[in-house]
Design a protein around this ligand. Structure first.
Ligand SMILES: C[S@@+](CC[C@H](N)C(=O)[O-])C[C@H]1O[C@@H](n2cnc3c(N)ncnc32)[C@H](O)[C@@H]1O
Length: 233
């Protein structure tokens, strides 16, 4: 599970029934240890802490890009390096790989590291590509990838108020068309990146209809998921 953190958004007891081991990967070691500590012993015994690991694969590089113009070749190299760093940090290949609302955090980290860099969108895009490609690489042939991402926050759009006005997929499409989604998490962009992975897939990516996640009393997020089923070797 990538971006496991406090594991508040995952029913670990239920997941543990289906898996022999669950690797909790996150930058935040304390959050993962805390999540493990809150589980019943039978569940905790299956949880393997993989923290701290930087799943952007590029935290060390980003400060050096501040105020610097980045060429197309450098963007490509950044994406490749990020991908290699992540797959090197997690050398195993897993039955199921879950990205749990991590991409938005990687985008946010890029913003924090780079400030108002004129190429923030491109650099963030390079990291988003690396993240999406890493998911498939971390899964074994025949395995599955569950890419889950928040894409719009109630801080920037009245999600609750508009939720009942149209079906969730239509709302997502409208928010994409009107540029209301967080950079790097737009579904058309995700689809384009995943299209390059088609030869590794047993079937077309499955889009899971968006839903609302009440993170707390103040923030609601629009979340969607894409499921990939990989070809057997
Ligand atoms: C929105 S939270 C996901 C929710 C989380 N599953 C929970 O219930 O707490 C995103 C998680 O991504 C982690 N994260 C952010 N940037 C990261 C990075 N570069 N590498 C690894 N984890 C990162 C944060 O520490 C946080 O735990």
């Amino acid at each position: 599970m990538l971006g496991a953190g406090n594991c508040n958004d995952l029913d670990l007891e239920q997941v543990a029934e289906a898996f022999e081991a669950i690797h909790l990967v996150d930058l935040d070691e304390e959050a993962v240890q805390g999540a493990r500590g809150r589980q019943p012993q039978t569940v905790a015994a299956k949880l393997i802490s993989r923290a701290p690991i930087d799943l952007s694969g590029a935290f060390a590089e980003l400060p050096q890009l501040r105020g610097k113009s980045v060429s197309a070749a450098e963007l490509k190299a950044l994406s490749q390096m990020a991908l290699e760093n992540v797959t090197a940090a997690l050398p195993e290949r897993f039955d199921t790989v879950l990205s749990a609302c991590l991409l938005s955090q990687i985008m946010f980290s890029a913003y924090v590291a780079l400030g108002s860099h004129p190429q923030l969108a491109q650099i963030g895009g390079a990291l988003a590509v690396a993240h999406l490609l890493a998911l498939r690489k971390l899964a074994r042939p025949g395995g599955r990838v569950l890419f889950v991402t928040d894409t719009v926050s109630s801080k920037t759009y009245p999600l609750r108020e508009r939720w009942d006005e149209q079906p969730p997929l239509a709302l997502l499409a409208q928010l994409n068309q009107t540029n209301n989604v967080l950079s790097g998490t737009a579904l058309p962009f995700v689809r384009r990146v995943l299209a390059a992975e088609a030869s590794f897939l047993a079937e077309s990516p499955l889009l899971v209809e968006p839903w609302l996640w009440d993170v707390n009393n103040d923030v609601t997020l629009l979340v969607y998921a894409v499921v990939l089923k990989l070809r057997s070797a």
